[in-house]
Design a protein around this ligand. Structure first.
Ligand code: PLP
Length: 401
């Protein structure tokens, strides 16, 4: 069956506005559309394709598992889930793992666990959740309400209650909200969707100290920043703090849907049998791919390579800016990079993204005025160089327009 973009408008719910291009094949950091037109991929499926497209280790793991066992449900556990959980426990602060299918689901589990922990440990009154403006935590009704953009949660009826928002990187604004009634604080240790905002160490450490003082749990949403994206396995590892709960998804499966919530034994014990669950969470196919992705990313070679590639991206953006004067700031960490457009191009991030696509480069936006790049963690240098050639052509056209 031949399909085209117009079919989207006929048969799909109109909550997305996808590009006119329909990619049909990918390999490494290159993608080809239905007509064989090639793109360099600086988008990485929004920080998901951490090893590019069709990495042999992931393809091999999926094929091998596909011949063994696909699904059981959580009535029985399975080998890949146990192995992946053991690896996550070995590599992080965590002692316990809960598997979900997406970032939002991992966050939903984290928030429910925090509420249950507070109720059991302290009392019914300890329900307040503090999150941060511009933060993003997913699209379930609880997580989207915890997210810091009310426009995303407005218009769906009564919202989950007792959720407030502080200013990111502003400790005073956080301190003004926290109290002994606070059950948890949820934050991204590098805001992604909100515009690629790196936290200061003082802010993060101040949040951690206040959580301790008020006996509130600190939940790090590492759905975008985790699995090597910042050059650390998880971003918290570079910040001098340890969260109580951490959520991870996106790159965890390198493109196969999986999410996880990590925590300690003392906190996890409140999610007793029957309190939470998921039919597919911990699915053998997803976990088998997750093991391969985790083993491949969690090596000094890949993690150090992220930092080297960050330099190449910064140099590429800086060189374009020196010639065309379009960015006010190049920011982010590792391969979660944002270039904020200067005053002249406010609100035009999407136009830059579309111009880049016209030149054969896939990239992203973060809000209306920041272009975002979250490529494969192992994108070859030659693809970075070619991508920047294409980006320069796109920027030249935008500047002339
Ligand atoms: C920080 C963060 N948390 C949660 C989510 C939601 O993840 P998912 O779309 O897999 O539900 C995202 C997605 O962009 C994210 O960036």
């Amino acid at each position: 069956m031949q399909v085209s973009r117009s079919l989207f408008d006929e048969v799909m719910v109109p909550n997305y506005a996808p590009s006119a291009v329909i990619p049909a094949k990918g390999l490494g950091s290159r993608v080809w559309d239905q007509n064989g037109r090639e793109f360099i991929d600086f988008a990485g499926g929004i920080a998901v394709n951490c090893l590019g497209h069709c990495h042999p280790a992931l393809v091999g793991a999926l094929k091998e598992q596909a011949d063994k066992l696909w699904h059981l449900s959580n009535v029985m556990t399975n080998e890949p889930a146990l192995i992946l959980a053991q690896k996550l426990v070995n590599a992080t602060f965590a002692e316990k793992v809960y598997f979900a299918n997406s970032g939002a689901e991992a966050n939903e589990a984290a928030l429910k666990l925090a509420r249950r922990w507070a109720k059991n440990e302290v009392g019914e009154h300890k329900t307040q959740i503090i999150a941060f403006k511009q933060g993003f935590h997913g699209r379930t009704f609880f997580t989207v309400t915890v997210g810091g953009q009310p426009a995303y949660s407005d218009g769906f009826g009564p919202k989950p209650a007792d959720i407030v928002h502080a200013e990111y990187n502003n400790l005073a604004s956080f301190e003004a909200l926290i109290s002994d009634n606070t059950c948890a604080v949820m934050l991204e240790p590098l805001q992604g969707e909100g515009g690629i905002i790196t936290p200061t160490k003082e802010f993060i450490q101040g949040v951690a100290a206040l959580c301790k003082k008020h006996n509130a749990l600190m939940i790090f949403d590492e759905v975008q920043s985790g699995v090597g994206r910042t050059g650390e396995l998880y971003a918290y590892m570079g910040l001098g703090v340890v969260p109580d709960i951490l959520t991870t998804a996106k790159a965890l499966g390198g493109g196969f849907p999986i999410g996880a919530m990590l925590t300690t034994t003392a906190i996890a014990k409140h999610l007793v049998v029957g309190t939470h669950g998921s039919t597919y969470g911990g699915n053998p196919l997803a976990c088998a791919v997750g093991i391969a992705a985790f083993d491949t990313v969690n090596t000094p070679e890949v993690l150090n390579g992220v930092k080297q590639r960050e330099q190449l991206f910064r140099e590429g953006l800086t060189a374009i800016n020196a010639k065309y004067d379009v960015f006010s700031e190049i920011r982010g960490q590792g391969l979660l990079i944002g270039a904020a457009l200067n005053d002249k191009y406010q609100g035009k991030a999407r136009d830059f993204m579309l111009a880049a696509a016209d030149e054969g480069l896939m990239m992203l936006v973060a809000g209306y005025s920041v272009i975002r790049m979250t490529p494969s963690l192992i994108i070859p240098e030659a693809d970075i160089a070619e991508g920047f050639k294409r980006l320069e052509k796109a920027v030249a056209k935008m500047v002339q327009a």
